[in-house]
Design a protein around this ligand. Structure first.
Ligand SMILES: [Zn+2]
Length: 180
């Protein structure tokens, strides 16, 4: 299994837990998997529990070092600004991501964290790897949530509007959209 396939597997597992389907893997210098994770923001009641944060923290803990300069981060979705900043702080060598995230992304979109003047470390970036599969997972996830939108007792999509929401087939028409 390739690293992106492992990340996609983590994303599918996240969806099964009711989490936005994003998965991440951290690889050591020899290509071995140091850590793998999917989103757990709902389960941990922690909006920072993105797949990348969990995988980076686990990899650093496993190595007993706060920086991972010879490691690669592979993730199914373009990291948000928080996770991009974390990848820089962890000093990862290379960032590989799947789908682009025009609304929530912080690498090729939005604040473009690695291009910001204060950014001290810019990993090599490769985007669009297995892009369609990663995007399909997100589309299917948001599509499944959609019927709950009109239900005042359970707007299950609330709080899931950030990460990957641009891939929502009906994105932009949600309850948090200021226009509607
Ligand atoms: Zn993130």
């Amino acid at each position: 299994m390739t690293p992106m396939e492992i990340a996609l597997e983590e994303a599918r597992a996240a969806a099964a837990r009711g989490e936005v389907p994003v998965g991440a893997v951290v690889l050591g210098p020899d290509g071995a998997v140091l850590a793998r994770a999917g989103n757990r923001t709902e389960e941990r009641t922690d909006p920072t529990a993105h797949a990348e944060m969990l995988a980076l923290r686990a990899a650093a803990a496993r190595r007993g070092a706060p920086r991972l300069p010879d490691c690669d981060l592979v993730v199914t979705l373009e990291p948000c600004p928080m996770c991009a900043a974390a990848a820089s702080l962890f000093r990862v060598r290379r960032l590989v991501f799947g789908a682009y995230d025009p609304k929530g992304g912080g690498v090729e979109h939005g604040p473009r964290i690695f291009d910001a003047p204060g950014c001290l470390h810019r990993p090599e970036v490769i985007g669009g790897v297995r892009e369609c599969e990663a995007a399909d997972l997100l589309r299917d996830f948001f599509r499944a949530l959609r019927p709950a939108r009109g239900d005042p007792s359970g707007a299950r999509i609330d709080g899931k509007e950030g990460q990957g929401a641009a891939l929502d087939p009906q994105g932009g028409s949600g309850p948090l959209d200021p226009i509607t």
